[in-house]
Design a protein. Structure first.
Lengths: 208, 507
């Protein structure tokens, strides 16, 4: 009996220590989705961007980023240099960060509210990419079905057009699965590329 | 483990003892929350720091049987053999191996560990494997699967009568009985989450309060009260409404009754008053869904027009038109300004066996010049279509009691709409055509999109964006009776066309 109690205590203590280690490692990162693997190496910027994180130099790739069209009903693909990164997670992060930080040349418009930050990227075994944004994307959103479609699919298309290995993209908000972003688009599952929204790409776009 | 169970048992016994007179009052002061379990009510102190409500970890030991151990700047809380690791000044904890975010950091003050109240539903519930439902307005923490409806009382008082209305969510049956000096409303529930606004002095009623054992509300009647009349309605899928008219003891009952009619209630649907719909038609019941509502404002115009108000106004106009001209049954998913989940909206349409579902919205864009109406029907992702096919092909074998399985036919809630895509496309096209004859359309008038509210609707469905509230000119139109009527006329016309089309294609 005593032995069983001791074993129980040991198991509880081990679980505690394990939980403690996990938490210290991931810092402020919130609940992770069940299947996807978190990317501890790139989580650090979520707390404070370490010096040298800015990819000033290094190899770059030509990627297509999607912005809102002049008529407000389409996505326009714009070619831009994005840092080359190792692996799906790091490359998806580079793509989404480029999309979030780029002010497109008028008459194209941003589809994602300014100030939205990327909290993390996860990739599941099925190569579904989970893009975890902070709540600014919801709070600052203008609302409306059309604008919400453009916001969601500029992200989805930017990841999927440039990462052929990725199968689908699911948007998380503040580390959680979201019902919708602004009351319309179903975000509860990974979304596939939406080609119906895309206008023929226009070449050249300089980063701001 | 056995010991933990034993301890929980002891704790519950204590809760029964603590019940007593506690059910009458409710701590509104912010000094404690009320823990409500199957065994009764029990206060837990609250400390407010930086506008955030905290509970002390050692106060949780009693009600939940938790133990806590400090180590190296952290605290390990154990319950039912599972642990939560809390770090000082961190807004995140690890509960049973999962990371859980909190709205504010855990604090260590005066040798006590304090955690935000949200720690209870978000983290503690995980390790206890018990639902903990935090009701902030009434500072109630509901433990387990108790039926604790939110009941909001509202009174209206006139010269010759008064009325009291209870908005009850979720739907809960009630019974009203008269006792000496008071009326008692008994709810079929385990407890009530009651909010009563301050009552002005009035001649018909003097007080509204919970009575023991906390599942009934007593209305103390005033000197002029003579008789009452109660009526129930169900304005939407997730709530019910009980209205009690209090009438004077002497004369003028007719006048009193007229004055006491609940003002926000819509005209009741009387199936006998309009031209009877032909039973052969495929459309007899229509559910209209005014988009957004309550906390969810939807889009906003530059001059402040709110999408949620526009959608409700247009939906009401459309209902009046359909009822009076087509004689169909029409239900709105919400009658007033309230928050409703997407699932409740489509469930409402399914429960009313609607033949058609229209969700009404107003659009928004970053550029103010963008305008025009649009119609959407559901687009289905490939994976969903496959899941639907699998479910339909195979049926589902459910394990039965005592071993073995039983095959059942199953329509996946998540794929209900995918069976109606063709009809929904026809509906969207009819709506587009009718709208185009009356209002300006956007360059992409009909589109498919994975819209949340359409997914679970088990009937032909479309979402109509009646204009861009972000466009100054359209904002003004959308709030005008003229434009709202045009849209309602167009939708009525579309329903007629769609019905005719169904009849033509019917076998």
């Amino acid at each position: 009996m005593l032995r069983r109690v001791l074993v129980g205590v040991a198991v509880v203590a081990a679980a505690g220590v394990f939980g403690w280690l996990v938490m210290s490692a991931l810092g402020r990162v919130l609940r992770t989705p069940a299947a996807p693997t978190p990317d501890p190496a790139t989580e650090a910027p979520a707390v404070a961007p370490p010096p040298g994180a800015e990819p000033a130099a290094g190899p770059r790739i030509k990627a297509t980023l999607f912005f809102g069209s002049e008529d407000g009903h389409r996505l326009v693909g714009v070619e831009q240099d994005v840092p080359l990164a190792e692996g799906t997670i790091a490359q998806a992060r580079a793509l989404v960060e480029a999309l979030l930080s780029t002010a497109p040349t008028p008459p194209l418009v941003r589809t994602i509210p300014e100030g939205t930050t990327l909290r993390g990227i996860y990739v599941s075994d099925q190569q579904e990419v989970f893009v975890d944004l902070d709540a600014v994307v919801r709070i600052q959103h203008t609302g409306g079905s059309m604008q919400e479609l453009l916001t969601v699919y500029s992200l989805v298309n930017t990841v999927l057009v440039n990462l052929p290995t990725a199968s689908a993209v699911q948007i998380l908000i503040d580390g959680r699965e979201a019902d919708t972003l602004a009351g319309h688009v179903d975000l509860r599952r990974p979304l596939r590329k939406n080609e119906a929204l895309i206008v023929t790409p226009v070449p050249s776009q300089s980063p701001s | 483990m056995q010991r933990v169970r034993l301890r929980v048992g002891t704790v519950l016994t204590c809760l029964i003892l603590a019940l007593g007179g506690a059910s009458e009052g409710r701590a509104q002061t912010g000094t404690s929350l009320t823990l409500l379990s199957r065994e009764g009510r029990r206060p837990v102190p609250i400390t407010v720091i930086n506008n955030q409500e905290y509970v002390a970890v050692d106060d949780l030991a009693g009600p939940f049987g938790t133990t806590a151990r400090e180590a190296a700047g952290g605290l390990t809380i154990t319950a039912r053999g599972r642990t939560i690791v809390v770090t000082a000044d961190q807004p995140v904890v690890s509960a049973a191996g999962r990371l859980v975010s909190l709205p504010a950091p855990a604090l260590r003050r005066d040798n006590r560990w304090l955690v935000p109240v949200e720690f209870l539903p978000r983290a503690l519930s995980l390790v206890l494997d018990t639902r903990l439902d935090w009701r902030r307005p009434t500072r109630l923490l509901v433990v387990g699967d108790l039926r604790v409806p939110r009941v909001v009382a509202r009174t209206e008082s006139g010269a010759t009568s008064a009325s009291i209305t209870f908005e009850i969510s979720p739907v809960t049956p009630t019974r009203v009985s008269a006792e000496t000096g008071r009326l008692v409303v008994q709810f079929e529930a385990d407890a009530l989450d009651l909010l009563v606004p301050p009552l002005p002095q009035q001649p018909f009623l003097s007080a509204v309060a919970l009575v023991d054992p906390g599942t009934a509300v007593a209305i103390t009647t005033g000197p002029r009260f003579g008789s009452f009349r109660s009526s129930s309605s169900q304005p939407d899928a997730s709530s019910s409404r009980l209205t009690i008219d209090l009438m004077p003891s002497t004369t003028d009952l007719a006048g009193a009754a007229a004055a006491a009619a609940p003002p926000p209630a819509p005209p009741p649907v009387d199936p006998g008053f309009a031209i009877p719909a032909s039973p052969a038609t495929g459309v007899r019941t229509v559910v209209i869904d005014p988009g957004h509502g309550g906390d969810e404002l939807g889009a906003q115009g530059p001059r402040g027009a709110l999408e949620k108000e526009i959608t409700l106004a247009v939906s009401r106009r459309l209902r009046t038109l359909i009822e009076s001209r087509l004689g169909m049954r029409v239900f709105l998913t919400r009658e007033d300004d309230r928050t409703i989940s997407h699932d409740d909206r489509s469930a409402f349409a399914n429960n009313h066996q609607a033949d058609l579902f229209l969700s009404i919205h107003a659009n928004a864009a970053v550029r103010p010049n963008i305008k025009g109406a649009e119609v959407y029907y559901l687009s289905v992702e490939r994976a969903d279509a496959e899941a639907r096919k699998r479910a339909e092909d195979a049926g589902v074998a459910l394990p039965t009691l005592g071993g073995g399985t039983r095959a059942i036919d199953l329509i996946l809630w998540e794929t209900a709409q995918s069976r109606y895509l063709e009809q929904s496309a026809a509906l969207a096209s009819a709506v587009q055509e009718s709208l185009r004859a009356r209002v300006e359309m956007s360059p992409r008038a009909v589109q498919q999109a994975p819209f949340r509210v359409l997914v679970g609707a088990n009937m032909p469905s479309a979402l109509v964006e009646i204009g861009y509230v972000s466009n100054p000119e359209q904002e003004q139109q959308l709030t005008s009776a003229d434009y709202q009527n045009k849209v309602a006329e167009a939708l009525l016309d579309a329903i007629v066309k769609f019905r005719a089309q169904l009849e033509r294609t019917a076998p």
